[in-house]
Structures are given as structure tokens and as C-alpha cells.
Design a protein around this ligand. Structure first.
Ligand code: KIV
Ligand code: ZN
Length: 498
């Protein structure tokens, strides 16, 4: 059996389904190009029938990337496939990813159907897609809970119909690694013609087994794995690309190779985290802030004597440069550009100049600028086209006084002022803002996150606001946490006031 493992990245499809993590087309192109540099084999660019935005992203990503295969998701429905074919028209290499639920629970409750009918619909969809593209991947949704005998029948039938890849998703993250590995082995042993297609893993992380399950799948014969950067994805997420890539790289005893340029992993991780406003947890495997931080005396002593005592991965292999340049108000453009590049952000010319000015403003407020703050600065231009902008905010607060806020908003160039009190400074500021934006809005979630160490740090605020039965997500960052909160609220408003 071939020992090449194909990396199928679904950050822009399954990963992007996370509420609040949606990217616009320009951001998706940026991610797709970085994925190409990282060396992924397939980029799942979207689900074209789901929205005009998704359709357009698949079109633009198809134009932007050169060698990776661009893949579009569909249901086993002819109209979905027609729209996906249209979205992929500029792709140099293209794949349709079609499929249907195969577990008894999907068949009964989702489709009110029978195994025979599902098998027939699966074959029909693959044959239909095959008329337009050579490369057709079939997914058996909820394969993790599908009876192996029936799954083998479906896999055999879709391969006969022309599927080049068959995806075995553990959609709910239910399987144990031993079960998932055995499922792949069962298919390899029982499906007639299995050698005519590649079996793919697609594991979700609900109880935390996605990477273990993916590895079990690969060790049992799957040769493609579907993954996302930082493991982003709905609920507890998908298998993290960086985890599988680095397991395969550091285990000399496993004879499986990928095309991943591991030194691009850290910049890629930070780019996705920055664009999605999705922090990477400090102890996240491979890319977390603490992943290579040894704090106990015994560990530090060992690592200083020889790195291999406590580290199985050289941080330089994932693109961590070990360079501790501290960026301050005295740092130049070159230092700023070089640190941003380590973080996966490429800026040149006028954009670099503008960012450098923002950097200097922040550096005047605090001594050192850290990586997370640089990523926030890199994302600031996203608010430039906002319809509603914060012009100024003044808040009086403290022990024994009633908090009062006055605010001025710029709405499409016109200035509006208001003042209000509240039970705290954020409440006062939001009450003042609501006097200008007279809409019914309810805060559903409000998370204040400091970035690293000092009281002078930039604080980040993630907020969810409900308006007219829909939930909108906003983000704000400022050294003043009250301003950051109001900015996050205004970011939400800009999603529905156009
Ligand atoms: O988890 C899943 O089953 C999926 C399929 C649509 C491939 O994402
Ligand atoms: Zn999935």
C-alpha cells in the first residue's frame, strides 16, 4: 500500500461553520493561499448551494490557488451538484464532495427512508457528479455509527459508480480509536474494488478523540485525512491538521508521509486564529502558547542539557523562530514586518505603513507589543468600512459614584451624541449607545479576555447580540476594556445596520 497521506483541509468549510468565525471572500482567499504554501493536497472551499457568499468563495479560491485540488461540498442532490460544478469552473484541479447519511438514525429520522433507497441515492449522486468531474469524493455521513456491513455495501457501490475517494466521517465524534481503526480495516478487508479509491478519515472531537481516531484510521489503511487548522469546527471541532502532521513527522516508526511544510504550521495557526477571532488555547497541542514552555525546574534543567530530554518536537520545525525580539515604540518597520510574517501575515507598502502607524500608537500606550496584539492590529482594517463607528466615549466611574457615559457615534459620516447612566461603566456606555441606535438588542454572550500579562495589555471582547430573532457576533480590542466592549457591540450592530 502507498505510504503517502493526502491532507484535505476543511478549515474553510467545516471549520468555518463555527458561529462567529465566518470569513469574507478576501480572507478566505488569504487562508487558501497560505494553505497552498503549507502544502495541503485538497482545499475544501465551501458548500456552494448554501449561500451566494459560499458560492463566490469557491469561485475565487478556484482562481487563486494553483496546484491543490479545490473541493466543493454538496448533498446527494442534483441541484447541489450543478451549483458546485458551476462554482468550480475555474479550478485547475477540482473535486465534488457529495454524500448522504448512512446510519440508521439518519436514515430513519433525517430522511424517513430505507437502507435500499439511501444506497440508491448515493450511487445516483456519484454517477451524476461523475458526468462533470473526474474526481468525486463520497461521504457516508455518520459513518462512525453506521453498521459496518451496510457501510461496506455503500462504499462498494459508490466506488463502482466512480467515486475516487470515500470519506468515512465520525460526524458525532462517537467512535473509540480502536473502533474507528477497526471500521477502516473492515472496509479494506470486505469491500470489493477498495483499491480503486482512497479511504478518508473525517473525525470530530466531541469527547476529545479526533486526532486519535484519525491516526487509527491512517494506521489501518486510510490514506486521506480531513482536518482543520487549530482543530476549528462546530462544537468541539475537527481533527487538527498540525497534530496529525507533526505526529507523522516525529514518529520515525510510522512509514507515512505528507506534503506538509511543517515550518508553515505556526504562521498558519496564528493567521487562522487572527482572522476568525478564535483564540488558540494556551495548552493546545503543537501550536498553543505553552506547548513548548517548560516551567518546572527539573524539566528546564533537562531541556538546557539536551532538548530531547523533554521535547519530542523541535519548535523550529513548526516555524517558531525562537527569536525573542521585543517590539517596542523604537522598533522599525522591518522588525514589525518580519514578526508579522512569522505570524502568517504578509504586509507590504502602504498597508505596512498604515499598520506601522497603528503599531506606534499602541506602543505609546504600553511598553512591549506581543504577538496577539500584533494580530489584532493586523485585523483593524476590517472595521474601516463600518457604517457605524465610535467617535468618542467618555465614562465616569468609581467607588461610590453612579457610572455615567457620554458617547458620540459616526453613522455614515453624520455625528450623533448621547449620555446615560448604568449600574457599571459598560452598562452606562451601552445605554448611551442604545439611545442613538434605537433597535431592540439583547446581549447573549459577553466575554472579556486579557491577552497575556500586564494591566497595560490590550483586552479583547467577544460579544453575541440578538436582534430580530438572529444572533450577531462582534469583536473589539482596546487597552481600555470599556471601549473594547462598546467596539464589540458596535461590530455586532454593523452586521445588521448597512
Ligand atoms: O462531519 C461530517 O459528516 C461532515 C460531512 C458533511 C463530510 O462534515
Ligand atoms: Zn464534519
Amino acid at each position: 500500500m502507498d505510504n503517502r497521506v493526502y491532507i484535505f483541509d476543511t478549515t474553510l468549510r467545516d471549520g468555518e461553520q463555527v458561529p462567529g468565525c465566518q470569513l469574507n471572500t478576501i480572507e478566505k482567499i488569504q487562508v487558501a493561499k497560505a494553505l497552498e504554501e503549507l502544502g495541503v493536497d485538497v482545499i475544501e472551499a465551501g458548500f456552494p448551494i448554501s449561500s451566494p457568499g459560499d458560492f463566490n468563495s469557491v469561485v475565487e479560491i478556484s482562481k487563486a490557488v494553483t496546484w491543490p485540488t479545490v473541493c466543493a461540498l454538496t448533498r446527494a442532490v442534483e441541484k447541489d451538484i450543478d451549483v458546485a460544478v458551476e462554482a468550480l469552473r475555474y479550478a485547475k484541479r477540482k473535486r465534488i464532495h457529495t454524500g448522504i447519511g448512512t446510519s440508521d438514525s439518519h436514515i430513519r429520522y433525517k430522511f424517513n427512508s430505507t437502507r435500499e433507497e439511501i444506497l440508491e441515492r448515493a450511487v445516483r449522486a456519484v454517477k451524476y457528479a461523475k458526468k462533470y468531474v473526474e474526481d468525486v469524493e463520497f461521504y457516508a455521513e455518520d459513518a462512525g455509527r453506521t453498521d459496518n456491513e451496510f457501510l461496506a455495501q455503500v462504499v462498494e457501490a459508490v466506488i463502482k459508480a466512480g467515486a475516487t475517494v470515500v470519506n468515512i466521517p465520525d460526524t458525532t465524534g462517537y467512535c473509540l480509536p480502536s473502533e474507528y481503526g477497526a471500521k477502516i480495516k473492515y472496509l479494506i478487508d470486505h469491500v470489493d474494488g477498495v483499491d480503486n479509491a482512497i479511504l478518508s478519515t473525517h473525525c470530530h472531537n466531541d469527547p476529545g478523540m479526533a486526532t486519535a481516531n484519525t491516526m487509527a484510521g491512517l494506521l489501518n489503511g486510510a490514506r486521506q485525512c480531513e482536518v482543520t487548522i487549530n482543530g476549528v469546527g462546530e462544537r468541539a471541532g475537527n481533527t487538527a491538521l498540525e497534530e496529525v502532521a507533526m505526529i507523522l513527522k516525529c514518529h520515525n516508526d510510522i512509514d507515512l508521509q505528507t506534503n506538509i511544510n511543517s515550518q508553515r504550521i505556526f504562521p498558519m495557526s496564528r493567521m487562522v486564529s487572527g482572522l476568525m477571532n478564535m483564540p488558540v488555547q494556551a495548552n493546545k497541542a503543537i501550536v498553543g502558547r505553552n506547548a513548548f514552555a517548560h516551567s518546572s525546574g527539573i524539566h528546564q534543567d533537562g531541556v538546557l542539557k539536551n532538548m530531547s530530554t523533554y521535547e519530542i518536537i523541535d519548535p523550529r520545525d513548526i516555524g517558531l523562530d525562537g527569536n525573542n525580539i521585543v517590539l517596542t515604540a523604537r522598533s522599525g518597520r522591518a522588525a514589525l514586518r518580519s514578526r508579522l510574517e512569522v505570524l502568517g501575515v504578509k504586509v507590504e507598502g502602504e498597508k505596512l505603513d498604515a499598520m506601522y502607524q497603528e503599531f506606534l500608537k499602541l506602543a505609546d500606550k504600553k511598553k512591549e507589543i506581543n504577538d496577539d496584539e500584533l494580530l489584532v492590529l493586523a485585523g483593524l482594517d476590517r472595521t474601516q468600512n463600518h457604517h457605524v463607528k465610535l467617535e468618542y466615549l467618555q465614562v465616569t466611574t468609581g467607588m461610590g459614584v453612579k457610572p455615567v457615559a457620554s458617547i458620540c457615534l459616526d453613522i455614515a459620516g453624520e455625528k450623533f451624541e448621547a449620555a446615560a447612566s448604568g449600574n457599571g461603566p459598560v452598562d452606562a456606555a451601552i445605554n448611551a449607545l442604545k439611545q442613538i441606535i434605537r433597535r431592540t438588542m439583547t446581549i447573549k454572550e459577553f466575554t472579556i479576555q486579557n491577552i497575556t500579562k500586564g494591566s497595560d495589555d490590550l483586552g479583547k471582547v467577544h460579544m453575541q447580540v440578538e436582534h430580530d430573532g438572529r444572533v450577531y457576533y462582534g469583536f473589539g480590542a482596546n487597552t481600555d476594556i470599556i471601549t473594547a466592549s462598546v467596539e464589540a457591540y458596535i461590530d455586532c450592530i454593523n452586521k445588521f445596520v448597512k
